[in-house]
Design a protein around this ligand. Structure first.
Ligand SMILES: Nc1ncnc2c1ncn2[C@@H]1O[C@H](COP(=O)(O)OP(=O)(O)OP(=O)(O)O)[C@@H](O)[C@H]1O
Length: 699
């Protein structure tokens, strides 16, 4: 036996072992006492900061934010605070936990080592062959705050703790795996790579878990930068985001934005899908050209000359004159909304000569008067609104879908309600925002806000300057250290909203790190949005090409990523399936994976279980009466309520898959690999064959 296990109810536990268990219990209670003490202190500081009437507003907000984060970080460690211990060959030992705790009375010596700290790494990676300076690794089994037992694996990479974790029934939400991260997962979680990392692996290999733990790890090692810029986690659907939403807070992290691809454009939140062929059209890069065409089509020429009345004459604005102004505006290099001013002035310029010709004089002062008159002419302004309108992404797209698409030769895009946004519209709205540029109105509003912030920050500087700083020449002056622009940014960062809230509301927000789960489903247009949100290309991309269901999704990582980072991306593969028992996995391989990709190598299942059961029924309504027996339960069927698409990334203890033959091979592969314990496959009996069978039985 490679390990020694001590449980409190164990029949053959020696007194020595029992005293070891009580010693560990004392240690763990002591750690909880420390946790409570730290939390009470942070809470008291928070109360003071909240109530302090003398503190400057911005300063108070910063303090409140920091302390609230501290309190919630300490709250999440309430369960399973400490889950392991490692003993070093020098005779010292370290306790490993969800967060780090330090002893202020002993020069801040570590009492509990955060699982992400370098010192904790051997807990996950040491083996008998490469003990990394360890003599022992101990795993604690706790319930709430109570230590129930422990076992030592003496570095034989024993799987007891893992198997216990995997055998436990699933709940509605995903749990963290910090106590049982496996070596191949640990390598990916801590990988020191600043750019794009692609993690691929079959169903249940822990891709999602690993990606989220990597976020927690990066937030730990690059806290300053990432908590300022935030982290974006993109998941396939709202159900999936609910499922994983608790994992990061339980790792002690905040400032993370969770979003589906249908939520990446501020103000739009949709999960409606287009038919596959429309998804294909909207998802491909050619959609950028369609948008360009749609914008160019809004830069119109008048069909008939339009009269514009001046004081003395009426000029006719005809297509030739407008074409000259339009060429100038298009050639200016500005985007549509920004080039509107160029168009207007160019149009005024081209109208001056015909107006003077009508008047019959071309004196320079008269030309200046005519130009001024044209600039202020309401008819001309109204005409410009038609010929070169201010466009928002929504107005551009709605107009395109509601009819213009027919004239442009894209009838597939037509729909009655142009604003009934679908998931595939979101990257188009974002692209349109890029192509249209900011409207003058929006720029003016942003400038006003900015001016107000700078003004406020200036006030703060004056107060600081008056209050605590000496004006002596050799002293650093507060305004040498801070400037009002910087403070304005700082103030903006300390407004009442969290980073997550501000990032969600701001289309141009750029994140410090972006995680994309089920990344194989994203279209070329989706990738453009994500790359805009992450100009530093610090990304963790998680997916499995064999599970791709979306027509416009990824067919090869290099073809998608090469465009943005050329060859500079790193690929890691996870090979062990922690969800699906071997029997279910081999069924799914035979029934689906071989059809998706005959050369694919399926992951190796850690556990064994029951083989799937196949049932043939003549009436599918029986399925509605099925209930689970233990843990979570789901019925996955092509018609829902849980479709293979919505089941992506989820798992359940017991799963019924209905009519897999009506699913595409990839949908079937996803559906058949969701179960952790039991899988029932329900097929509808073919009426002809069942009649034949009945006839055969009669004879
Ligand atoms: N080291 C581990 N310890 C305990 N549980 C683990 C470990 N690794 C993965 N798991 C569990 O295995 C299950 C599958 O993990 P996860 O959902 O991350 O897999 P996945 O690769 O994203 O799957 P899919 O491709 O099917 O969406 C989860 O219940 C997860 O908690």
């Amino acid at each position: 036996m490679g390990y020694r296990s001590i449980v409190s109810q164990g029949a053959s536990v020696t007194t020595g072992e029992l005293s070891e268990l009580s010693a560990e219990r004392r240690r763990i209670s002591f750690l909880y006492e420390r946790l409570d003490r730290e939390r009470a202190a942070a809470k008291a500081r928070l109360d003071v900061a909240l109530l302090d009437p003398h503190e400057q507003r911005w300063h108070r907000e910063v303090a409140v934010r920091t302390l609230s984060e501290q309190v919630s970080r300490l709250r999440v460690a309430d369960e399973g605070l400490c889950f392991g211990r490692i003993d070093h060959d020098g005779g010292t030992c370290a306790y490993i936990g969800r967060i780090g705790l330090f002893d202020p009375d002993d020069d801040y010596a570590p009492l509990l080592t955060d699982w992400r700290a370098p010192a904790a790494r051997p807990f996950y990676t040491a083996t008998g062959a490469n003990p990394e300076g360890l003599t022992r690794r101990r795993h604690f089994r706790t319930r709430g705050r109570a230590l129930e037992g422990f076992h030592d694996d003496e570095l034989h990479l024993d799987q007891t703790a893992l198997v216990e974790a995997l055998e436990a029934p699933r709940t509605e939400t995903m749990r963290d795996i910090v106590a049982t991260i496996q070596a191949e997962q640990d390598e990916v979680i801590r990988l020191d790579h600043r750019g794009v990392l692609v993690i691929e692996g079959g169903p249940g290999t822990g891709k999602t878990a690993v990606a989220l733990h990597r976020v927690a790890y990066l937030l730990y090692t690059q806290r300053e930068r990432l908590s300022r810029q935030g982290v974006l986690v993109v998941g396939p659907n709202p159900g999936f985001l609910r499922y994983i939403g608790d994992v990061l807070p339980s790792l002690g992290e905040t400032d993370v934005v969770f979003a589906t691809p249908g939520e990446l454009f501020p103000g739009v939140r949709t999960s409606r899908e287009d038919p596959p062929e429309v998804q294909g059209l909207k998802g491909g890069l050619a959609a950028v050209d369609v948008l360009r065409e749609a914008i160019a089509d809004r830069q119109e020429l008048p069909v008939e000359p339009v009269p514009v009345e001046l004081e003395d004459v009426t000029v006719l604005v005809d297509a030739d004159l407008v074409a000259v102004a339009r060429d100038q505006a298009r050639g200016s290099g500005f985007r549509h909304n920004e080039a509107r001013g160029v168009f207007f002035h160019a149009l005024v310029d081209v109208l001056v000569a015909p107006a003077l010709a009508l008047i019959g004089h071309d004196w320079p002062e008269l030309a200046a008067d005519v130009r001024r008159e044209l600039l202020h002419n309401a008819d001309l302004r109204a005409l410009v609104d038609v010929l070169w309108p201010v466009l928002t992404p929504a107005t551009l797209l709605a107009d395109l879908y509601e009819g213009r698409c027919l004239a442009l030769g894209y009838p597939e895009l037509y729909r009655e309600d142009g604003r009934a946004w679908t998931v595939s519209d979101v990257p188009l709205l974002d692209e349109a925002a890029e192509l249209l540029g900011t409207t003058d109105e929006a720029v003016r509003a942003a400038e006003r806000e900015r001016a107000a912030e700078v003004e406020y920050a200036r006030g703060v500087l004056e107060v600081l300057d008056r209050e605590g700083y000496d004006d002596a020449d050799d002293e650093l002056h507060v305004t040498d250290l801070l400037d009002s622009e910087w403070l304005a940014d700082r103030h903006a960062a300390a407004d009442h909203r969290t980073v997550a809230e501000r990032a969600t509301a701001d289309r141009e927000w750029t994140y410090g790190h972006v995680v994309v789960d089920e990344a194989q489903e994203l279209s070329e247009m989706d990738w453009r949005v994500l790359m805009r949100r992450c100009p530093n290309r610090s990304m963790t991309i998680v997916g499995d090409l064999a599970q791709r269901q979306a027509e416009a999704g990824v067919r090869s990582w290099s073809s998608v990523l090469g465009r943005y980072v050329r060859e500079r991306w790193v690929y890691r593969r996870l090979t062990v399936n922690y969800r699906t028992p071997a029997e279910i996995m081999s069924y799914a391989v035979a029934a689906a994976l071989t059809e998706v990709d005959p050369s694919a190598v399926p992951p190796r299942s850690v556990r064994r279980g029951k083989p799937p059961v196949e049932v043939v029924v003549s009436d599918l309504s029986v399925v509605g009466r099925l209930r689970g027996e233990r843990g979570t339960f789901a019925v996955i069927s092509p018609d829902g309520p849980l479709t293979p698409r919505a089941a992506k990334g989820l798992e359940f203890d017991e799963v019924v898959v209905v009519e897999p033959e009506r699913m595409t091979p990839a949908e079937r592969y996803v559906a058949l690999t969701r179960a952790t314990r039991e899988l029932v496959v329900v097929r509808r009996s073919d009426p002809t064959t069942s009649r034949l069978a009945a006839l055969a039985a009669l004879h």
